[in-house]
Design a protein around this ligand. Structure first.
Ligand code: SF4
Length: 408
């Protein structure tokens, strides 16, 4: 019998493993970085990390190039030719630091605020901001992606918090999941894992994207939208829901600013109406009289009119019930047939209201009212730069949050 040679099929690629998180996108997957003789040799996903459970995408694996790419700067460079000539010479760190101190020391001693400090998207902005404060300048900023900043600002402005980059849909309970403009490189591993969970449970996934690749290719349904018109589509969905009466009036009345009154005329037109104590208020359905918006037991009236001033809800309904937002009016611009917009709105309403869930968890709301259970609408959304990286990205993201709010 021939003796088989012993082959080491799993040669050690490293002599040390450091656990950290991947910085190649915002997901922050857990990674094991293998070092050989102190140098990065290999990156693998960390199976024990809750975000990615060992999955590593191609972009994450190529993170090794951050340290091994031939184009990486390995020493400070000083320009030695005219600006733009590309002529540089390497200098030592000591020399570079001395040079920087010679520029900055006099400034710090006389007028530190004259230093404007701008950093790239370096993922360590808390540190660079701390450094600028210690220097004494309030004039510091850093680059942020205009996609994620649009999403974040719209979330904070509309619902008081942004969750797109770091939050996640409820993968365990979602029955209908709609992706708006999510590029394959974004939220890769958590979304992949989540989509797997949804598909295993038979939940429906719908992709809204100009092209059917990546996540949209594995979606159960796809709407090939004209780029930049997602906001119009979303507002048309809100139109359909309002027409059908499929909005969560109880949620809107109790947990949003929809019952607050809006100044109808005068210099404060469009602002929230306030009482003598400069506080916004609502009309209580039990008494028909003004009441604190956060008063215990108060039942805010969405349909109230007080001294000629209508509620936020009435303004919103008037705006989006307009025929301008009917599917027939937006279909051509969105590149989606009106019938499909009607069908999507009907699907949203059906799952949100007819398949509503009740989470068996008692809670007390901000008015101090106690609830035995928590109602849930098993519709989830995820969106990113496909909708937000447009000149109307902020408003589009706000429209999507509004859709979530009216669905409760
Ligand atoms: S999804 Fe990919 S690039 Fe993003 S953090 Fe995870 S491994 Fe890194």
């Amino acid at each position: 019998m021939t003796v088989q040679p012993k082959i080491d099929t799993s040669p050690a690629v490293s002599d040390e493993i450091r656990k950290t998180t991947c910085y190649m996108c915002a997901c922050r997957c857990g990674i094991n970085v293998h070092l050989k003789s102190g140098k990065v040799a290999y990156i693998e996903g960390n199976r024990d990390h809750p975000i990615n459970k060992g999955v590593l995408c191609a972009k994450g694996a190529s993170g090794i190039m951050q340290v091994t790419a031939p184009s990486r700067l390995r020493a400070p460079l000083r320009r030695v030719g005219p600006r733009g000539s590309g002529a540089f010479e390497e200098i030592s760190w000591d020399e570079a630091l001395e040079l920087a101190v010679s520029w900055m020391k006099p400034l710090r001693e006389t007028a530190p605020e004259k230093l404007a400090f701008f950093t790239g998207r370096d993922q360590s902005q808390s540190f660079t901001g701390w450094w600028a404060q210690a220097f004494g300048t309030p004039n510091y900023a850093a680059h942020g992606g205009f996609c994620s900043v649009n999403m974040a600002a719209a979330g904070i402005y509309t619902i008081g918090g942004a969750f797109w980059e770091f939050g996640q849909p409820d993968w365990e309970r979602t029955k209908l999941f709609i992706l708006f403009g999510v590029a394959e490189d974004h939220d890769s591993n958590p979304i992949k894992i989540g989509l797997g969970k949804l598909k295993a449970r038979g939940a429906k996934v719908i992709g809204v994207n100009p092209i059917r690749t990546g996540y949209n290719a594995v979606a159960d349904d796809w709407l090939g939208i004209t780029p930049g018109t997602d906001g119009l589509l979303i507002l048309s969905l809100i139109h359909c829901l309002l027409v059908a009466g499929k909005v969560d009036l109880e949620y809107l009345a109790k947990f949003t600013n929809a019952p607050l009154l809006v100044v109808e005329d005068g210099p404060e037109k469009g602002l929230i109406l306030k009482n003598a104590e400069s506080q916004p208020f609502v009309i209580d359905r039990r008494t028909g009289a003004p009441a604190p918006w956060d008063g215990k037991g108060v039942q805010p009236d969405l349909g109230a009119v007080y001294q000629g001033n209508r509620t936020v809800f009435q303004h919103m309904a008037e705006r989006y019930l307009s025929p301008d937002y009917a599917p027939e009016a937006v279909a051509d611009r969105c590149g989606i047939p009106a019938a499909r917009i009607h069908a999507l709105a009907a699907e949203l309403a059906r799952v949100a209201f007819d398949e509503a869930i009740e989470i068996n968890q008692s809670w007390t709301d901000f008015r101090g009212d106690f609830h035995e259970t928590m109602p849930g609408r098993p519709v989830s959304f995820h969106a990113m730069r496909g909708i937000s990286a447009h000149s109307n990205g902020f408003q589009t993201a706000r429209a999507l949050h509004l859709l979530q709010i009216v669905l409760g």
